[in-house]
Design a protein around this ligand. Structure first.
Ligand code: SF4
Ligand code: SF4
Length: 56
């Protein structure tokens, strides 16, 4: 399953630059992960200051 960004996201943008497959983009009020592109590396979860990305 792909990683998902929760509503805790504060739109800092840190995760977008870390994603090796460019699956993350700015959405409406928070950043979002394209589930079909995510390879579940966990890099986004590692850099997020509020722990918003998680594997679901
Ligand atoms: Fe990108 Fe990895 Fe996060 Fe998936 S888990 S969105 S591939 S950084
Ligand atoms: Fe949102 Fe965390 Fe990504 Fe920042 S690093 S945009 S708070 S999910």
């Amino acid at each position: 399953m792909a990683y998902v960004i929760s509503d805790e996201c504060v739109s800092c943008g840190a995760c977008e630059a870390e994603c090796p497959v460019n699956a993350i983009s700015e959405g409406d009020g928070k950043y979002v992960i394209d589930a079909d592109t995510c390879v579940e590396c966990g890099a986004c979860a590692g850099v997020c200051p509020v722990g918003a990305p998680s594997a679901e």
